[in-house]
Design a protein around this ligand. Structure first.
Ligand SMILES: C[S@@+](CC[C@H](N)C(=O)[O-])C[C@H]1O[C@@H](n2cnc3c(N)ncnc32)[C@H](O)[C@@H]1O
Ligand code: SF4
Length: 385
């Protein structure tokens, strides 16, 4: 799918206008600051990677966050120009920006396109105002639809995110909401089941019993209903939470799940790349101001690079690949790690999960079924030796 010299570029913008109570992403609320100073630091970090990895070709750039749509179009332009100056890119390079659907950000879409963005991913989250308020979102349903319309006018490709399994949401509510959402979709949607993350306000509220979310049985019903609706609409899941018409998959996501190389720049960003015959993991400092100072002083914001062991490489390949509907190639796990499949995966246990109907092996591919994907987090440790 990707050649060895190809890579994705992940750019993390760690700022948000407000912090949503369910979110544990590395995102921070700050007053006004000089974006130019930050843009220079991103360019400096990119230059560090260009020196380290000069022979790569870029297949995708992904601006994630945080809320990258809070960046000025000029900041985005500076970063895209830097990537394109430092490495050759494929002709149809995919350049995605995550955006929140508030009026301020909608007004910038045209300028983002002018800066080089080719695809927008909108954080819609819910299609009723009561739940948007519960989720701490700063937009209304009308604004969300307006944002989708304008994204559609400005960009050939866009996606939007919804969160389901919300407190008091019934299966019928979700079916109606998703069906309405589908009428606004163009080829790609990300549908996440609400999870309660540690160190979030929702975690405290949930543990104090202030609200409840679907239990595992109900959660599975939500999941299957989602799959049924999306398969019926011709947008099946190509990964646990990501749905697309054929050919509309997010290429940057595929970089991760196919274990291709990517660099990550910005507070808290991660990267994975080959250099020579070794594979490295990078992790940028997560505090934005410390990250900035580090880059200004040293030229890069990453902690010391970690060399991934053969076992790490195998297990990552398995974990990432099993998220995909098409599954993972046994040969790919072996080639990336130099380890034999049987040495890492217990074949009896793999057979057990196949007998349960959670997985199947077709030639070189190991695939999880719909039921298996629901149990992904438990199945991987189970089959490892
Ligand atoms: C980094 S966030 C998106 C960025 C953008 N600032 C936004 O909020 O739209 C990526 C997506 O993860 C999902 N997400 C974040 N926390 C979640 C949680 N606790 N449960 C379910 N989905 C979550 C949301 O759908 C969100 O759009
Ligand atoms: S969900 Fe998006 S807007 Fe909300 S805090 Fe997380 S990154 Fe920021």
């Amino acid at each position: 799918m990707f050649r060895d010299n190809q890579m994705g570029v992940y750019i993390h913008w760690p700022f948000c206008a407000a912090k949503c109570p369910y979110c544990d992403f590395n995102s921070h609320v700050r007053g006004a600051f000089d974006q130019k100073e930050w843009a220079e630091a991103y360019v400096k970090s990119l230059e560090y990677y260009a020196e380290l990895l000069p022979n790569k070709q870029v297949v995708s750039i992904f601006f994630g966050g945080g809320t990258p749509s809070l960046m000025s179009p000029e900041t985005v332009q500076v970063m895209i120009d830097a990537v394109q100056r430092l490495w050759p890119a494929v002709n149809d390079v995919e350049i995605t920006l995550e955006a929140n659907p508030t009026s301020v950000e909608i007004g910038k879409f045209k300028a983002f396109k002018g800066a080089g963005i080719t695809r927008i991913s909108l954080g819609v989250q819910a299609l009723n105002n009561k739940d948007l308020a519960f989720l701490g979102r700063e937009h209304s349903v009308d604004e969300a639809f307006k944002a989708i319309d304008i994204a559609g006018e400005c960009f050939e490709r866009y996606s939007f995110d919804l969160i389901y399994g919300r407190p008091e949401q019934s299966l019928q509510d979700w079916e109606a909401e998703l069906t309405r959402g589908l009428s606004y979709a163009r080829g790609h949607m990300s549908l996440y089941q609400l999870t309660i993350e540690r160190n979030t306000p929702f975690y405290m509220q949930y543990n104090r019993g202030e609200f409840s979310i679907p239990d595992d049985v109900k959660g599975a019903e939500f999941y299957h209903l989602t799959q049924d609706i999306m398969e019926g609409a011709g947008m099946p899941a190509y990964e646990v939470s990501n749905h697309a018409q054929e050919g509309q998959e997010c290429r940057h996501n595929l970089v991760y799940w196919h274990m291709a190389d990517y660099i990550g720049v910005g507070a808290g960003a991660h990267g994975r790349f080959m250099n020579g015959s070794a594979k490295f993991a990078s992790r940028d400092h997560s505090a934005p101001e410390i990250w900035l100072k580090r880059v200004q002083e040293k030229g890069y914001g990453a902690h010391e690079l970690e060399t991934l062991s053969a076992d790490d490489r195998f297990v990552e390949c398995l974990m990432m690949g099993l998220r995909l509907r098409d599954g993972v190639s046994i040969k790919r796990c072996e080639a990336l790690s130099g380890l034999a499949f049987d040495r890492v995966v217990d074949s009896d246990k793999l057979q057990t999960i196949c007998d349960e109907g959670w997985a199947h092996v077709a030639g070189d591919q190991v695939q999880l079924t719909r039921e298996g994907l629901l149990r992904l987090n438990a199945l991987i440790p189970f089959i490892l030796q």
